[in-house]
Design a protein around this ligand. Structure first.
Ligand code: K1U
Ligand code: ZN
Length: 192
């Protein structure tokens, strides 16, 4: 398995609409496993293919005891409303309140190619909606009011310099490299 670099805001892949998967191949199973590993290393609860520079309609979600890869997911039931302060692994340190459905049921192709249905409330429902947005090139920023989006973008303007290559490279222990995509070995880092 491998940790994948995460694309950050400004990367064109985050704005692309993904392409449906026709068959769950071994290569896509490996991609899903790598996405789980990357999501966990980043302390996330979800990750979508565009966040690792891929165009397939695939995301992974892990909330509580639900850990699932979803190929070609579609929401078939939604109920209620909830407001959640969201972040995004592709926009580190930026947060904003978003209104979502409180409950969703999603139908997708699972890791073995069979049709699966997953349902969830609260965080799981929010996470599923956030990930499905990624598959349509949408970000939580797009749901914010004009003022809140401006605030979020002001925060991002402070943060984005850490990612000159528009990539966020993770360390295996879950701590991100503060110098963006450039390798840093803290044990051999000169101090002044
Ligand atoms: O797609 C991503 O950027 C991952 C993102 C998904 C998300 C889920 C729910 C609300 C907002 C965004 C994250 O995983 S951010 C991490 C996070 O929200 C979280 C982490 C641990 C516990 C609870 C939430
Ligand atoms: Zn996100």
């Amino acid at each position: 398995m491998a940790l994948l670099p995460i694309t950050v805001l400004g990367s064109p892949t985050l704005r692309q609409v993904t392409t449906p998967v026709t068959e769950v191949t071994d290569e896509l199973r490996t991609l899903a496993a790598d996405m789980f590993e990357t999501m966990r290393a980043a302390d996330g609860v979800g990750l979508a293919a565009p966040q690792v520079g891929r165009t397939e309609r695939l995301c992974v979600v892990e909330v509580g005891d639900v850990a699932v890869a979803l190929f070609n997911p579609e929401i078939i039931v939604r109920e209620g409303k909830i407001r959640w302060e969201e972040g995004c692994l592709s926009i580190p340190e930026v947060f904003g309140w978003v209104e979502r459905s409180e409950y969703v049921k999603v139908r997708a192709m699972g890791i073995d190619g069979n049709t699966i249905e997953v349902e969830g409330h609260q965080l799981l429902a929010v996470c599923i909606q956030h990930e499905l947005d990624h598959l349509d090139g949408k970000l939580f920023l797009d749901h914010l009011s004009f003022l809140n989006r401006r605030k979020a973008m002001a925060t991002w303007d402070e943060e984005k310099n850490q990612y000159p290559d528009l990539l966020r490279v993770l360390k295996p222990d879950g701590k991100r490299k503060t110098e963006g995509s450039h390798a840093v070995d803290s044990e051999h880092h000169d101090t002044m």
